[in-house]
Write a protein that binds this ligand. Structure first.
Ligand code: NAD
Length: 264
């Protein structure tokens, strides 16, 4: 494949068909590259088609770019149909596209931003789940990118937080539907990750052993999240189902120190 990371065996997803949304950037880009390195035929879906095509070029081989607006149900169905028409099957769906917007506290989140955050981060996940469920392969897996803000409150962006909590609820509620098809569904809940979402550039992929250790509450890299997404989608995680897997360098492990005056 791209020969840049050299971190995988190249065989973990051999013969598998993988769909990644939000693949043009950040966590989705890293996951698309890593699934491809592990032998998968990867479909890179994004609103930013040029960005997805750039990731496909980075991967080389059998990868393909697919346009999608996850907020639109018909667009999600068309995306999945493109995969089925081209590859005949779908083994893994990494429903990862997301949006944060400009927010700094409740007062800065108006109705329009609320609607957009919910449309992409919650309805977008619902649309993706609805589109992939009828075709997901026996033994397949869905991984949804929620957030650490999907399991605790986030005063900086309450609407994003509410949407991510909703995404976790959707995942838990859809376990039975996917189990009926012999497939699993889990959420991954990143803490702070250096991606364009938070104004950081995408960085080069590295061998897994060279990923920086983040022992406590720093920012992780997109590839840290991608590696866990691959594991959740793999047979090694075959008994992991309906979980919200936090990947946060210990961010949520303890109460933060109280820094604001409390009480009257
Ligand atoms: N970076 C973080 O600190 C962080 C923390 C927790 C969760 N997340 C979540 O991780 C996921 C990936 O984010 P990232 O950090 O890699 O950000 P990113 O901005 O680098 O990538 C997000 C991708 O989603 C695409 N996208 C946005 N709206 C879309 C739409 N309507 N339809 C299709 N594609 C769309 C964008 O074009 C972009 O390529 C998101 O769901 C995000 O909410 C990120």
């Amino acid at each position: 494949m791209n020969g840049k990371a050299g971190s995988g065996t190249g065989a973990g997803f051999s013969g598998k068909v993988v769909l990644v949304t939000g693949a043009a950037s950040g966590i989705g880009r890293a996951a698309a590259i890593r699934f491809a390195e592990e032998g998968a035929r990867v479909f890179c879906a994004d609103l930013n088609l040029a960005g997805a095509e750039a990731v496909v070029a980075e991967i080389g081989g059998m990868a393909a770019a697919v346009p999608v607006d996850v907020a639109d149900s018909a667009s999600n169905r068309a995306m999945v149909q493109t995969v089925i028409d081209a590859a005949g099957r779908l083994d893994v769906a990494f429903l990862n596209a997301g949006y944060y917007g400009q927010a700094d506290g409740l007062a800065t989140v108006d109705e329009d931003l609320f609607d957009r955050l919910v449309a992409i981060n919650l309805k977008g996940v619902f649309n993706g789940i609805k589109a992939v469920e009828p075709v997901i392969a026996q033994g397949g897996a869905v991984v949804v990118t929620a957030s650490a803000a999907g399991v605790i409150g986030h005063p900086g962006n309450p609407a994003y937080c509410a949407a991510k909590h909703g995404a976790v609820g959707l995942v838990k509620s859809c376990v039975d539907a996917f189990a009926a098809r012999g497939a699993r569904i889990n959420a991954i809940c990143p803490g702070g990750v250096e991606t364009p979402l938070v104004g950081a550039p995408d960085v080069a992929m590295v061998p897994v052993g060279d990923l920086p250790r983040v022992p406590l509450r720093g920012f992780g890299q997109a590839q840290h999240i991608a590696e866990v997404a691959l594991w959740l989608a793999s047979p090694a995680a075959g008994f992991v189902n309906g979980q919200a897997q936090v990947v946060d360098g210990g961010l949520l492990s303890t109460f933060a120190p109280v820094t604001l005056p409390v009480g009257p």
